[in-house]
Design a protein around this ligand. Sequence first.
Ligand SMILES: Cc1cc2nc3c(=O)[nH]c(=O)nc-3n(C[C@H](O)[C@H](O)[C@H](O)COP(=O)(O)OP(=O)(O)OC[C@H]3O[C@@H](n4cnc5c(N)ncnc54)[C@H](O)[C@@H]3O)c2cc1C
Length: 476
Amino acid sequence: MAAITGEEYKRRINALHTDIWVSGEKVDGRISEHPAFKGVMNSQAELYDLQHSNDFMTFECELTKTKIGTSFLIPKCKEELILRRKMIQSWARHTGGLMGRSPDYMNTVLAAFAASTEILKGKPNCFPDRLEKFYYDAREKDLSFTHTFVNPQNNRAKYSFFKEDVTNARIVKRIEEGIVIKGAKLLATQGGITDEIIVFSAPGVTDNEFAYAFSIPSDTPGLKFICREPFSKESSHYNAPLSSRFEELDAVVVFNDVLVPWERVFFYDNIRVANEFYAKSKFIPFTLHQIVSRQVVKAELVLGIAQLIVDTINIGEYQHVQGKVTEIIKGLESLKALLIISEQEAVIDDKGICIPSRAPLYIAVHTFQEIYPRFMEILQLLGASGIVTIPTEKDFNSSIKEDLNHYLQAGDKKGEEKVRLFRLAWDLCLSSFGGRQTLYERFFFGDPIRVSQSIYNAYDKSTSIQQAEQFIKAES
Ligand SMILES: Cc1cc2nc3c(=O)[nH]c(=O)nc-3n(C[C@H](O)[C@H](O)[C@H](O)COP(=O)(O)OP(=O)(O)OC[C@H]3O[C@@H](n4cnc5c(N)ncnc54)[C@H](O)[C@@H]3O)c2cc1C
């Protein structure tokens, strides 16, 4: 079957009987019609449709000859890596980069895992063949995924393992049919609106019961998604141009004696593999390449909104305004440069897989963790009160419409048009949806403090040290 359409995506998710909760109520009926999910599921469906719009969105499977989504591609050369970027950015342009979990994110993660099965080969309780088979099945069916890796936030002390854990999802039984999981995971964005959930233990595993990796259908018995309240209650694109379309709910994931069949277990009871898999696999370079490709598009959107504000209220002559927009340009151009360097410095490994250079991508994602909140601050500083003087569509359709059009005009824009722009800025930098976007960019790939630590630890400093050492060598 391969690359699906939006209709197929919705049909499949609606046909599942996923246990998913929103605001104290279990979701009943067609999930794609539920107000909390309708907007984002429509946007996701549009992405699937876009797969059929251009040749580079898919590639031909060497075995089945079917068309597979390019985000599943394991690149063998730089051209294929660049093809992946093109596809990822094409989807990102459709969402302004605001859907962190557009399907290419997890498709990339799964492809990276499947490209790293050598780490599992010959190790106790590890099943590289199952992971590879699962990857090929998933791309053939164009399955959608959410994931959950991190443990609940109940105790983050350094020596928390001295205290008995009472929340983290753990293996409670190993039986003939598979492993049984009980407990919870921190969260899964888009939890409940994908075909499957991929579950990996978080790094820092000290006990066999927390060392596992598997994927199961979202409607597996005993699996529950408990969503946060939706931040957008608006379906009007005028009122909430971004949140009405791209609000991805975050869900706590609860496992109530969930049976994971053996064919879906990629490893278990192997502490070493559980701790090494992220760092040693191709997860980081490939996932970061997808992330930074999306973030470039998001930075472009922020720049566009900032410049439209500047032009609309005519503030471009002020030096500090120019300086603030230039900050966004600097961020955008730095991300683009780092992304391209990562592709130029890509290497082909002994399996013939083309791996983007990790360091520039790590720097890019860490930079974005820092500059994105500043970008949002800049939008607030430029838009000022315009970001709160934003009457709704209903106001513009009422008898006060003429007043609004007149008194809220700016430049050549009538009030209704000016407010349309400022509602866009509001939805990105001030609404609760916008606040969650900022939190997302800060944290979704890990706490910025520890990302910085990882960069410090992994960065090859030898050439720099040699350079410095030549000036402290004893004179001969
Ligand atoms: C919007 C959003 C969506 C997300 N979506 C997903 C998802 O779909 N799937 C998924 O698996 N995860 C997801 N995450 C989780 C994300 O990976 C974590 O937020 C991130 O790894 C940080 O972990 P934490 O939130 O538990 O913060 P914590 O680790 O609890 O950190 C809280 C604070 O304590 C400090 N701290 C804690 N431990 C240490 C330490 N050892 N050293 C120094 N400082 C420390 C941190 O610096 C921070 O200031 C999402 C997060 C967000 C915010």
